[in-house]
Design a protein around this ligand. Structure first.
Ligand SMILES: CC(C)(COP(=O)(O)OP(=O)(O)OC[C@H]1O[C@@H](n2cnc3c(N)ncnc32)[C@H](O)[C@@H]1OP(=O)(O)O)[C@@H](O)C(=O)NCCC(=O)NCCS
Length: 428
């Protein structure tokens, strides 16, 4: 017999099916609760609410597991590339040799922006935040492809493969253009023969005199960074993408909303906040000990620590911690911020305040140090996260577009005034 759960309200009992995920996760299907009882559930921050059934990514935060399409992140980080992982996340299987070549070529072939598109950048002040530019420009990029942005599900899906490759490619070009714009530098055309990461760094850092060629260590570290951000289940920005998509909006509009959601310091902005935090600890002459005390009394927040889902080590943080060390060694950099990070990590992992609340390093704790070592400016850190997360947003949009999802429309509990009446202005 299939499992059920009984909810008793005001002396009446209602029985609801229990849904099991393939990893044994359980959920009570309360879709009929309001119709049956007049009650809704209240779950601020959605910590207990499953908003969808999804095949893409599995996380077990209690033990620190992350798998894409069933494959552990540690295996992907050791053996796959960012583009291979992107394909896996979007299409559900590892690409064959042929599929990989085709996908990579499609991505490379879409790197250039149309000439007239460049004029859009003139409308932004040079100090515009690159996340604002990215969100606006991704939506604008859709304007050049009306066949992919019809908001007609069938038509948008007919062009899905092209749109997916185009977005994975253009997000990187737009990111580089926004950086060049902020520096008052001319745009650099993509090199269609270069691998994904090399081309991105070329568009960021090449000068008229010299083409930028990353060292193999830098290319590997950036590829790993993007790979580790490829998808992460129903986080704030991915849920936003699904929310927008559930209304029928096209892929470009949906991922552009995802970028806006990612911008905040509690989500994608945390990598920027970590490096700023480490720098200010360094500048104040503290080795991290005072900062830990401030975090415990609520005077400060230890950025890059804690996670809504992980109550154990974020597996991505473990991988990136090792990678940060490797890249700094390869560059011969002795970054004092890495020492402070290591000290903070050690102190926090031993401190009762953090242990009791199960606060462990998350993906952002070390990622900023890698980006800093590569030479990515701090203002661009969250943009780097967006480039990495693009495959996850696309995969989640596709799941909505090809599934039978209803429009996302949560309920609320109204707590405002009642029985008010209009008062003419002269009587107020
Ligand atoms: C990620 C984050 C937003 C998760 O928030 P959450 O699930 O709502 O957890 P809460 O804010 O309810 O935290 C639970 C407790 O731990 C404390 N806490 C959580 N993160 C903390 C941190 N980074 N430093 C110090 N204390 C922290 C809270 O103050 C709270 O303490 P209390 O029970 O005494 O009130 C939060 O941990 C955070 O702000 N971390 C820093 C930002 C960051 O790194 N974000 C990137 C996430 S990938």
């Amino acid at each position: 017999m299939s499992e059920t759960a009984t909810i008793t309200i005001d002396g009446n009992s209602y029985e609801y099916p229990v849904i099991s995920g393939t990893e044994g996760e359980k959920a009570i299907d309360v879709r009929k609760l309001r119709a049956d009882s007049g009650y809704i559930t209240y779950d601020d921050g959605y910590g207990n609410t499953g908003s969808c059934l999804s095949d893409i990514t599995f996380i077990n935060g209690e033990v620190g597991i992350l798998r894409h399409r069933g494959i552990p992140i540690e295996e992907l980080a050791g053996q796959a590339s960012f583009l291979g992982t992107a394909f896996l996340v979007i299409y559900g299987h590892l690409p064959s040799q042929e599929e990989y070549v085709h996908f990579s070529q499609q991505v490379a072939g879409n790197a250039a922006m149309p000439d007239d598109f460049r004029h859009h950048f003139n409308g932004f002040p040079s100090d515009a935040h690159p996340m604002a530019v990215l969100s606006a420009m991704l939506n604008a990029a859709g304007c050049c492809h009306s066949e992919m942005t019809s908001n007609d599900r069938e038509q948008d899906m007919e062009h899905f493969d092209q749109a997916a490759a185009l977005l994975i490619s253009k997000v990187r070009t737009i990111a580089a253009m926004s950086y060049r714009m902020s520096q008052g530098l001319p745009f650099v055309a993509p090199r269609l023969d270069a691998p994904y990461v090399d081309d991105f760094l070329h568009m960021m850092f090449s000068t008229e005199e010299k083409d930028y060629e990353p060292t193999p260590e830098i290319a590997k570290a950036m590829d790993l960074f993007f790979l580790l951000h490829a998808d992460h289940e129903q986080n704030c920005s991915t849920s936003t993408v699904r929310m927008v998509a559930s209304g029928g909006a096209n892929l470009f509009a949906s991922v552009s909303a995802g970028v806006s959601a990612l911008w905040g310091p509690l989500h994608g902005g945390a990598n920027t906040a970590v490096v700023k935090m480490l720098q200010s600890i360094h500048d104040s002459g503290d080795d991290g000990s005072q900062f830990i005390e401030d975090a415990k009394t609520g005077k400060a927040r230890l950025m890059g620590f804690g996670h809504r889902v992980y109550k154990n080590y974020d597996p991505r943080a473990k991988i990136l911690g090792g990678a940060a060390e490797e890249i700094l060694n390869s560059l011969g950099h002795d970054d004092p911020l890495l020492d402070i990070a290591r000290h903070l990590e050690k102190a926090a992992l031993e401190d009762e305040y953090f242990v009791k609340r199960k606060l462990y390093p998350n993906v952002d704790f070390y990622s900023g140090l890698i980006l800093k070592a590569v030479g990515i400016p701090v203002e661009m850190f969250t943009v780097m996260f967006a480039i990495g997360r693009m495959p996850g947003w696309i995969a989640n949009w596709r799941e909505i577009a090809t599934g039978s999802s209803r429009i996302h429309r949560p309920r609320q509990v109204y707590t405002g005034k009642v029985d008010q009446h209009f008062v003419p202005v002269e009587e107020r």
